[in-house]
Design a binder for this molecule. Sequence first.
Ligand code: NDP
Length: 248
Amino acid sequence: MSGNIEGKVVVITGASSGLGEATARHLCAQGASVVLGARRVDRIQSLADELIRGGGKAVAVGTDVTRYDEVKRLVDTAVQTFGRVDVMINNAGLMPHSPLERLKIEDWNRTIDVNIKGVLYGIAAALPYMKQQKGGHIINVSSVAGHKVRPGSAVYAATKSAVLMLSEGLRQEVKPYDIRTTVISPGAVDTELPDSITEPDVADNIHKFYQAYAIPAESFARTVSFAISQPPEVDVNEILFRPTRQEL
Ligand code: NDP
């Protein structure tokens, strides 16, 4: 299903690699105008240039999601450039796994700032426009780790569990404005995510796991496309998917 995407204005955080980049390509190919946010401006700019060369509509805005003013500027740019914001995809995230006893406090702070506050800032930036428009769609990215914690993943899992709760609270609150909400929880998908692990032994194990199990980022892009392409009266609230071979 791919209807109901053409002409939509879609803002994507974390669009410089992995799931965000794949989603930008996928939705642009279906006629969406994509607004790309990430800190690596060179990457999102060259992606936007490539999409435009291919006949698509795209704009890149350097964005650190830990800064509300920058996330607001990202969404404001979408509205200034394309006239509205139909879909906000709060995708930026990191996963610096480590056992709690290693006291990686800097990693904990970064994870909370990006994975929780970044999502909240995305909601804050998009919601006023969507209320005014009386419609829109907010898509938050959680994880299988938001449903299941394992040794070494406590902080990451806590942030992703928070994303589930924020999404459900948001869903109930925005009903009066005809705003749809979706939270997507992927299993292992082949991206740069394991590179955010700062403990070499943990990184080694996760890289091996990803090499054995991870599926292409296009799998995620298709779930986003599925949620957006439903008719306006259909609100797909949760999607959880894994590689077929992944047990956890
Ligand atoms: P990548 O590492 O490939 O992409 C992460 C993206 O987040 C990058 O574009 C990065 O851009 C962006 N990002 C990180 N920090 C910031 C920041 N402070 N401000 C703005 N952007 C930031 O990983 P994925 O594509 O896999 O991750 C996307 C989301 O999917 C994350 O929320 C992750 O937790 C979630 N997820 C991924 C799974 C997987 O197996 N891949 C499984 C479950 C969930 P830049 O560095 O340029 O700022």
